[in-house]
Design a protein around this ligand. Structure first.
Ligand code: PFF
Length: 442
């Protein structure tokens, strides 16, 4: 029944590079620092790390195994594995919907990174004061033509890679670029922590103040964990369907989660010392990385080249994530609507570009897409994925898939307990609390 021509990743490193490529993106370097900044810093980080470990990792593993077992797109996966339980097809529908929403605003931010790359090349960020850099970002991001053009350019780049397929498109580039990103961030961190007054930033990031933890902070941390790991909407299930049986899925999920968390924390270390050193507010919002890091480049030897390298790599990190989002929709169009890959890619990218245009002209649409996807659709998808693995597939089928590479999955009882009980209850609770529903009941 499986399509014989189904594309796949070539091996372990390719799988990890592509999945980490999806996970590591603007969510780590752009979104994590500013969401942490708006939600109290250290306490947010701690709650976030707890969610990654206790919920993110098990949900990611569940998604990988659902995808690999079914060999299908996110909608087809649930249809194939449980044809008598149509409720789970809603994961597919929500997943495709979330891909549309996320990619629409994601492409706008990725467009900003293209503009900043261009500015860096022209040396247009050099010599500016902190206040000038803030004004520059605000006036650019609230204008229409520039952001619109760059958003379209970015969508064309994304569509170009997705048309090329999995092995020769996605895998080839991510293998080289992800390690480069790591090196650049580490150098930036070193520079940032040697700035005058860096301790304030590090304390903000690492010293938890629990009085700041509220229902909405916890919901934001959960949403950020899902967003950053790319889980809860079928990206990881879709990639799972391209993973060969010889690969160890636990090792994959573990490596991806560690890489993702590491890059987010490193981005925080690079940004918060500079935030305090240059008098920027930690809750400055979506402009944080764009307003902060150019200050650091301006103080560095080789800042010109470094700023170009940084923004180019940010574009690339965005691209390896946007490709995974588009792939969810394209795999769905190809397999469920029987479209050809090229036509499916053009249609999906065209529709998403229209939504992206709405995000450019309306800050409200941008915010609604961002918030609805990360704090509603991804957690809901996460609950259904966990319930599906725990209750519908059950221990034996899960074990069989996790041991397909020939090793032993001794941890399967713990995993089943978590996905059957802990994850659905924890996600459900946080979700209702964050939305304020619990306060209405109690
Ligand atoms: N994980 C990506 C990031 O952190 O930038 C964004 C993302 C990709 C979110 C894919 C969701 C997704 F399905």
């Amino acid at each position: 029944m499986d399509a014989p021509s189904r594309d796949s990743f070539s091996g372990k490193f390719g799988v990890i590079a592509a999945a980490a490529g999806s996970a590591v993106g603007l969510g780590n370097i752009w979104r994590f620092p500013y969401v942490a900044g708006e939600n109290g810093g250290g306490a947010f980080l701690l709650v976030y790390l707890g969610f990654i470990l206790a919920i993110g990792l098990p949900v990611m593993l569940s998604e990988l195994l659902i995808g690999r077992k079914s060999q299908k797109n996110v909608f087809g996966a649930f249809k194939t594995l449980a044809p008598d339980k149509p409720i789970f097809m809603s994961v597919g529908i929500m997943g495709v919907g979330a891909a549309f929403m996320i990619l629409a605003f994601y492409a706008v931010v990725a467009g900003w990174t293209l503009e900043y790359t261009w500015l860096a090349v022209q040396d247009g960020l050099a010599g500016k004061t902190s206040a000038e850099l803030s004004t520059l970002f605000k006036s650019f991001s609230s204008s229409t033509v520039g952001p619109m053009v760059w958003m379209v350019v970015f969508m064309v780049m994304t569509a170009g890679i997705v048309m090329g397929g999995v092995k020769n498109g996605i895998e080839k580039y991510t293998k080289i670029l992800m390690p480069m990103l790591l090196v650049i961030i580490i150098v930036l961190c070193i520079k940032a922590i040697t700035l005058d007054g860096a301790e304030k930033g590090l304390l903000f990031l690492f010293q938890p103040d629990f009085s700041k933890v509220t229902g909405s902070v916890i919901l934001e941390a959960l949403g950020q964990a899902f967003f950053s790991l790319s889980i809860g909407m079928g990206v990881i299930a879709t990639y799972g369907s391209y993973i060969q049986k010889k690969e160890n899925l636990l090792a994959t999920a573990f490596s991806v989660s560690v890489a993702d968390t590491l890059i987010a924390v490193l981005a925080g270390i690079a940004i918060f010392p500079a935030v305090f050193a240059f008098g920027i507010k930690p809750d400055a919002g979506p402009g944080l990385v764009f307003e902060t890091l150019p200050n650091v480049f301006n103080q560095m030897v080789g800042g010109y080249l470094f700023s170009i390298a940084f923004f180019v790599l940010l574009v690339i990190a965005a691209l390896t994530s946007s490709v995974s989002l588009l792939e969810v929709v394209v795999a769905y169009f190809c397999e469920e609507l029987k479209m050809k890959r090229k036509a499916a890619t053009a249609l999906a990218a065209g529709l998403i570009t229209l939504l992206g245009a709405l995000c450019v002209v309306s800050q409200d649409v941008f915010d609604v897409f961002d918030k609805t996807s990360s704090t509603i659709l991804l957690p809901l998808g996460g609950i259904l994925i966990a319930v599906f693995a725990g209750w519908v597939l059950g221990k034996n089928k899960v074990k069989e898939e996790l041991e397909a590479h020939g090793g032993k999955a001794n941890y399967v009882s713990v995993l089943i307990f978590v996905v059957k009980i802990v994850a659905p209850i924890a996600i459900g609770f946080v979700f209702l609390k964050g939305l304020g529903v619990l306060e209405l009941i109690f």
